[in-house]
Design a protein around this ligand. Structure first.
Ligand code: C2E
Ligand code: CA
Ligand code: CA
Ligand code: CA
Length: 280
């Protein structure tokens, strides 16, 4: 792959990233970035569309390397998972995101909730994970009711008693559990009923397939009614088009996230977004 030639937003294909040349170097840079906390957290608003309220944010990690430019999390998260860097990376995101949202909430009448993406790795050492979560929420003065974790279905597929137990422990403290990319796992639905979860997040691929003449609505509709039947919340991600929003509203799915409202923003850009949106 090429080196940074003044162009900071270099796109890496899967192929170039897995070549022997880049990978060790990229790993070394990633390790250094984590050590020096040179990883940013961006915030994508989560909207309650019927009442026009920003009710929360999803914390999304951003890394700009001097040599490699902006590296997509879709590329470096898997590397972090393989190398074990995901543990310090997760702690970094937890600390930054909880601190920031707690700060924002000090001057808000309706507190924002913050969602953090958890990897399977976090559940390999559940005691450590639970302790760390507890400690950070206390340190940052963020009530557990304003904290949510996002996990993918694949984590639940193991259906190990230990994972269910740690989710239960989180939920007992008031933390919400959301199933990310819902519908893309090949899981049986029977497991959902007995798990400690609060929200199904409809994967963006299903939302993006909804076209102007409202074809391809079957899967989002099915997930919405499944959530309703199980008394779970449901949110749609990847909402980009007005007709997708209108369709979701017509099915009473009022929680949405996507470029139609905003991409993930730096903390200062998010403050600007909020003040424009909430008219302060
Ligand atoms: P995800 O959790 O499914 O996050 C949603 C991704 O979709 C984000 O990409 C977001 O910027 C993008 N997105 C949001 N709205 C739209 C839209 O309307 N249209 C389209 N086309 N895309 C939209 P991002 O930030 O590049 O993150 C990619 C993935 O990286 C995330 O997918 C998540 O799996 C992982 N990731 C990001 N931050 C973290 C983190 O802190 N920890 C862990 N473990 N994974 C993370
Ligand atoms: Ca997510
Ligand atoms: Ca997702
Ligand atoms: Ca995803």
């Amino acid at each position: 792959a090429k080196k940074n030639g003044g162009n900071k937003a270099i796109f890496y294909s899967e192929k170039s990233m897995h070549s022997d040349v880049d990978r060790p170097r990229l790993e070394a840079h990633l390790r250094r970035a984590i050590e020096h906390k040179k990883i940013d957290v961006f915030y994508q608003p989560k909207m309650k569309v019927d009442t026009e309220v920003v009710f929360g944010v999803e914390a999304l990690i951003r890394w700009t390397d001097e040599e490699f430019g902006n590296v997509s999390p879709a590329i470096f998260i898997p590397i972090a998972e393989e190398t074990g860097f995901i543990q310090p990376l997760w702690e970094l995101v937890m600390e930054k995101a909880c601190e920031q949202v707690s700060k924002w909430n000090q001057s808000r009448s309706h507190p924002l909730s913050v969602s953090v993406n958890f990897s399977a790795r976090q559940f390999l050492e559940p005691e450590l994970m639970l302790q760390t979560v507890k400690k950070i929420l206390i340190d940052k003065n963020l009530p557990p009711q304003n904290f949510e974790i996002e996990i993918t279905e694949s984590i639940l597929l193991n259906n190990s008693a230990e994972i269910v137990q740690s989710l239960q422990t989180l939920q007992d403290q008031g933390i919400s559990i959301s199933i990310d990319d819902f519908g893309t796992g090949y899981s049986s639905l029977s497991y959902l009923k007995d798990l400690p979860i609060n929200t199904l997040k409809i994967d963006k691929s299903f939302i993006q397939n909804i076209n102007e003449d409202l074809k391809n609505t079957e899967i989002p509709e099915a997930i919405i009614s499944l959530a309703r039947g199980l008394h779970l919340d449901v949110i749609a991600e990847g909402v980009e088009k007005e007709h997708q929003k209108e369709f979701l509203l017509s099915k009473n799915c009022v929680l949405m996230q996507g470029y139609l409202f905003s991409k993930a923003l730096s903390s200062s850009d998010f403050e600007q977004f909020l003040s424009n949106y909430e008219g302060q």
